[in-house]
Design a binder for this molecule. Sequence first.
Ligand SMILES: Nc1ncnc2c1ncn2[C@@H]1O[C@H](COP(=O)(O)OP(=O)(O)O)[C@@H](O)[C@H]1O
Ligand code: SF4
Ligand SMILES: [Mg+2]
Length: 298
Amino acid sequence: MRAVDGMSLQLMPGRTLALVGESGCGKTTAGKAMLQLLRPTAGSVQLDGVELTTRSASELRPLRAKMQMVFQDPFASLNPRLRIGEIIAEGMLALGTGGMGGSTGDRDIAARVGPLLEQVGLRADMVGRYPHEFSGGQRQRIAIARALAVHPQLLICDEPTSALDVSVQAQILNLLSDLQRDLKLAYLFITHNIAVVDYLAHDVAVMYLGRVVESGSADEVLRSPRHPYTQALLAAVPRVDGAMGEAPKLAGDMPSPANPPAGCHFHPRCPLADADCRRDYPAARRFGATQFVRCIKA
Ligand SMILES: Nc1ncnc2c1ncn2[C@@H]1O[C@H](COP(=O)(O)OP(=O)(O)O)[C@@H](O)[C@H]1O
Ligand code: SF4
Ligand SMILES: [Mg+2]
């Protein structure tokens, strides 16, 4: 089975690339493959021009601090038996980036962790508390502080707001946006919800069954989507005026990547599909200044 196939993405400092698609399309696999948490079977992943896929685990270790992941579930991703000061200091100590000389003294940790907590909108005096003493949104702030503790250049945020209440989601998106501005971070923002993309993405890649079917600047992709799948995702977003777009709503389920449909993988669900669509997987074609689309009828 190919969970991710033929994907090509580029991330830049200070910019956010949103990776969007339905659950099971391969977003998390792609993110983990970039970080070498999963080893891709083919292809290349480079960070600042350094090839990662050929490096051993020990060779990757010094590079790990440069790329961090924030996970969907802030309840599962924090060790309940550690105080948040210890949780945040863990990565610094493991990767040797804390400037603490390997010390685990309470005062040293507090000195480094306090400012980090404040940077993510928490209070420095919360350092001694346990994860269960925090709300979901606060826990996601802790997870972000833990990622920032090692001074990363790239943050892969895997559905970081999907488990949170809508009002809290906006606060976390605001925080990520502020941090990016202040720290020039590159984000890969993974989401199944195209509605949140407009808020913080500079670039968008839409994924369907392991492949990127449309990509480009957020402006071009969201304002003039050309792939029927992107159009369907956008049409499903409720609007303030209650109107729905003209594109048909998405029917049916995504097929299994273990047995993808012949030709364009989207053809069983595509309202425009005909015999031509069932022959070959469509090549990427360029539109506008930045947009690439894999649909023969785009
Ligand atoms: N460890 C695994 N072993 C086998 N299949 C997996 C594994 N992890 C994910 N998959 C499958 O790979 C596909 C992509 O999964 P995933 O990357 O988690 O998608 P997404 O994050 O977009 O929901 C899915 O069909 C999923 O069932
Ligand atoms: S190639 Fe055909 S089936 Fe695939 S998205 Fe385009 S029109 Fe639909
Ligand atoms: Mg996922």
